[in-house]
Design a protein around this ligand. Structure first.
Ligand SMILES: [Zn+2]
Length: 912
């Protein structure tokens, strides 16, 4: 008897899968065999081993080779390239369906595109389309590189879907189009595979493995490649976006590995209020379909709910959630190595929503065992079974899923038609035309329609100039537009801590005004649509010989300093007048220089900056802005957040040297650099100094014959040991010689707690600001760090240490959190009998609420504490940002604070 009929198992496949599955209950009959085929090569034949075999991993090229082979040999598979990574690797997409589905793929794409726009497709027309349309189900594998299993698993899934004749699979083929992106982060995959063979192969003592990850995955960032949906900065996000608008998939499903044994996402709540309620129902219906299928097959540890919150949708799958489709994901259990190892689920460590992962709950009917031997094949079994279960669900609910997709778009559009708000108005000249244009362009990238007013207009909310950008909300992606354009107000009474940032509002984080319009008259304003990639240019008034640039907070000034690298640039320290125009402190003065006029013209066009001519240099206190020799230092122990710094500098074409721990240890730093920038990182002080444990060393990260993918974007003969105390001494020597050390976010610890400066201490207290925008105030508004900024403004803060500073050092505080005094000072005032301030008192007027967008807990403890410190160190300086001014590519309005430190490094005022 053939237990796999109507399929025949490929000879040896049952035994091979059983061999690598550590316990029978970690598998099931669906994935217990590989179906035989005479015409299509199985992954086993192609790879020389079964998928999930112990100790075996495949490179991107190998995996792509298999998918191309599938497409050559099966009429049910097609492949296409949807993007190219930063390091030049293709990003491949495979489509799988029955022969008709592949033949009619264009027609099926047209159908989902029509369902995506309810303005063009009436409910009746939608029903007619749904009769022959198919849901498109997209899987995203290989996003986080240490999560090794999914790129292997999808080879077997694709093959099984293409060749199996099981009734369930036949129905999936005929009802659904399956899309698979087998390696969405190919740069990381290849580094990781080299790393495994170089450092991990054959090692099975899980608690004593060397670091399981190479120091880099993608060219710029690691894990944050999954936090890029709103920004779309990375090539992998752009590729998925391209895929999305070509196919309008009904579901986008990310495959991760971090939680035992299969966690199917939906979140504990609070759910984002801009989501259609239909979506919340879909989340749970689909998750319980998976739990039901796998639990009834006897597989323990399949669960949902207690992970993430459902408020933030900036993950890769969120492109679907934000565009009326369905976004979801799995966390299965991976080892970080392809070897089979013993794992223990310790109740105190493996906890989610306050409960150990081994507890039985309504959302976890059959918990995982506490001790288990775990293999890559077990992981494959869970992931592949989950995928099959949900594809079976999609095949059975195909019409309903398409109807929900259409309905969500329809509801979103109708909300805008009915109004409240009807639109957003974004004035184009807000001090930084380029940043406004970039924000508008980002909306267009998300297919949110934007227009410009062809004439001035007046509505209840005010008067707006011709050329004002207008986002009318009677469009299918209205909900996403509202989510991106209004501040977030995370419910303060939420039962669980949020998982990541709770604020992403573009106007808030770009420092741009987008005025909410509730006056229906805005619908009559004549508008002209704006297309993505539109040009914004600056203006050069007059022909010189002196040029002035008024500082209105432009982000492009650091780029400009680099474009004008051969010219002398001076920065005014006070406000001045030239002709009839007022220039604030921070404005640029470019004296008569050969070739300057042409350079100014080019930079103005490129960076959308305006320049005015003057006959002579104005008489005002000023200093030269010397082009700094800038070093960006990364530890080998954590290259993530500094990767975003590199990303922004590369985009802005800013010159810098990218230096390593060993470059710090080598010393002579002041001879080589004016500024050393140490970025935000998750490392504690001891690890910032000591780096990766030396017991694993020497650990080369080099391009060699056996590891051709390592050594990029930076290389080392030994990544262990950090800078060590020797490196700390070199940093001290650098500061003593007059160097400037800038630290960002948690990187401040090395200076403040490592003893490079004095007087600063950790402040205990329950402050929590999970990725939120907060009000800040310049304590020293005349400091160059304040150039281009109002005295009271805002900055983005994640959950970082709160520091305070002794009275003797308090003159080093440049910027503070909130607008009030520290709580101790307020109490002192009250104790001295100072009258509580009259709310009408003019001194009270800038005491505004601290929260701008997101959430804040322990506000009183944070008020008045330092946000930026400028402290003396030897003859040099430490400028410590106690937030990260380059958090991913989100908080654009914070960049200028950092640029000011770089542009004025040689003219920071004497410490007070
Ligand atoms: Zn992951």
């Amino acid at each position: 008897m053939n237990p796999y009929a109507p399929d025949t198992a490929e000879p040896g496949s049952v035994e091979a899968i059983a061999k690598f599955t550590t316990e029978a209950r970690f598998g099931n009959p669906w994935v217990a065999y590989v179906p035989a085929s005479d015409t299509v090569p199985s992954p086993t034949k192609y790879l020389g081993h079964v998928v999930g075999a112990e100790g075996e991993l495949s490179s991107t090229a190998k995996i792509y080779g298999y998918f191309r082979k599938l497409a050559e040999t099966s009429p049910r598979v097609r492949v296409q390239v949807i993007g190219r990574s930063e390091e030049g690797r293709d990003i491949l997409l495979a489509a799988i369906s029955d022969e008709d589905g592949i033949r009619d793929l264009d027609k099926l794409k047209d159908a989902t595109a029509a369902l995506a726009d309810p303005r063009k497709t009436s409910p009746e027309a939608a029903e007619a389309l749904i009769a022959s349309a198919r849901p498109i189900y997209y899987f995203n594998a290989g996003l986080h590189s240490t999560e090794l299993g999914s790129p292997e698993m999808v080879m077997e899934l694709a093959y099984r879907l293409a060749v199996s004749e099981q009734p369930m699979i036949r129905k999936i083929r005929s009802e659904v189009v399956v899309l698979i992106n087998p390696v969405s982060e190919p740069d990381g995959r290849d580094k990781q595979v080299d790393w495994f063979y170089r450092y991990l192969k054959g090692k099975t003592d899980f608690d004593n493995l060397p670091p399981v990850s190479p120091p880099y995955w993608g060219h710029y960032v690691f894990h944050d490649n999954n936090r890029d949906t709103h920004q779309e900065a990375l090539e992998l996000s752009k590729a998925v976006s391209r895929m999305f608008f070509e196919y309008h998939p009904t579901v986008v499903h990310d495959l991760h590995e971090s939680i035992p044994l299969l966690q199917t996402w939906n979140g504990t709540g609070p759910f984002n209020t801009n989501l259609d309620p239909i979506l919340v129902n879909e989340f749970f219906a689909m998750a319980f379909a998976e739990i039901g299928a796998l639990t009834s097959a006897g597989m323990p540890g399949v669960w949902t709910w207690g992970f993430g919150e459902g408020w933030g949708h900036h993950y890769l799958d969120s492109i679907a959630v934000n565009h009326n489709s369905m976004g979801r994901g799995y966390e299965t259990y991976g080892n970080g190595t392809a070897e089979t190892v013993e794992r223990v689920l310790r109740p105190n460590e493996e906890r989610y929503a306050g409960r150990p992962v081994t507890s039985r709950e309504w959302y976890r009917p059959m918990p995982p065992p506490r001790k288990l031997r775990w293999s890559l094949r077990n992981n494959t079994n869970y992931m592949e079974s989950g995928c099959l279960a949900i594809l079976d669900y999609a095949a059975k609910h195909a019409k309903e899923m398409l109807r929900d997709f259409y309905r969500k778009g329809y509801n979103s559009w109708q909300k805008g038609v009915k109004g409240g708000p009807y639109a957003f108005a974004i004035p184009d000249d807000q001090g930084d035309r380029r940043r406004v244009a970039e924000m508008v362009d980002l909306l267009l990238t998300h297919r949110i329609e934007v227009s410009r007013a062809s004439a001035p207009f007046k509505v209840g909310e005010g008067e707006f100039a011709s050329g004002t950008y207008v986002v009318r909300l009677d469009q299918p992606y209205r909900n996403y537009a509202v989510d991106l354009l209004l501040p977030q107000m995370f419910p303060p009474d939420a039962a669980y801590e949020p998982y990541d940032d709770v604020s992403w509002s573009l106007p808030v984080h770009y420092g741009v005004e987008a005025k909410r319009i509730d006056d229906a008259k805005v619908m009559d304003v004549p508008l002209a649509p704006v297309q993505s990639g539109f040009e914004t240019r600056g203006e050069v008034r007059g022909t010189g010989p002196v040029f002035l640039l008024k500082d209105t907070g432009q982000e492009a000034l650091l780029a400009l300093r680099n474009r004008l690298s051969v010219f002398r640039v001076e920065i005014a320290e006070k406000a001045f007048k030239s002709g009839d125009k007022d220039y604030p402190a921070g404005s640029w003065i470019l004296s008569d220089q050969k070739g300057l006029a042409d350079a100014v013209k080019r930079a103005s066009a490129e960076l959308a900056l305006d320049f005015d001519s003057a006959p002579a240099v104005p008489d005002v206190a000023r200093h030269e802005s010397k082009l700094a020799r800038l070093a960006v230092w990364h530890t080998w122990a954590d290259t993530e957040a500094i990767g975003w710094v590199r990303y922004v500098f590369d985009r802005e074409k800013v010159q810098y040297s990218y230096i390593r721990d060993e470059d710090i240890r080598a010393g002579r730093l002041r001879e080589r650099f004016d500024i050393i920038l140490f970025g935000d990182c998750y490392l504690r002080l001891q690890d910032q100094i000591q780096g990766i444990d030396k017991k694993y060393g020497p650990m080369p990260y080099m391009k060699t014959k056996d590891t051709p993918n390592l050594g990029i974007p930076d290389a080392s003969e030994d990544i262990t040991g950090g800078i060590g105390w020797a490196g700390m001494a070199k940093l001290e020597e650098y500061l003593n010689a007059g160097g400037l050390l800038i630290t960002l976010g948690n990187g401040a610890a090395i200076a403040l707690e490592g003893g490079l400066v004095r007087d600063v201490y950790r402040k205990s207290g329950a402050v929590n600001t999970p990725g939120s925008e907060l009000r800040v105030k310049f304590v020293r508004p005349d400091h160059p760090l304040a150039y281009g900024s109002p005295e009271v403004t805002s900055a983005f803060r994640t959950g970082l240490t709160v520091y305070d500073i002794a009275v003797s050092g308090r003159g080093g505080v440049v910027l503070q959190w909130g607008t009030k005094l520290r709580i101790e000072d307020r109490e002192e005032e009250a104790a001295e009998g100072a009258k509580p301030k009259d709310p009408k008192d003019p001194a009270k007027k800038d005491e505004v609420k601290m929260l701008v967008s997101g959430a804040v807990k322990g506000e009183d403890e944070l008020e008045g504490r330092p946000a930026i410190l400028d402290l003396p160190a030897g003859k040099g300086r430490v400028v410590a940002f106690l937030f990260n001014p380059i958090h991913r590519d989100l908080n654009r309005s914070d960049h200028r604070f950092l640029w000011n430190a770089i542009l004025n490094w040689n003219a920071l005022p004497p410490p007070r």
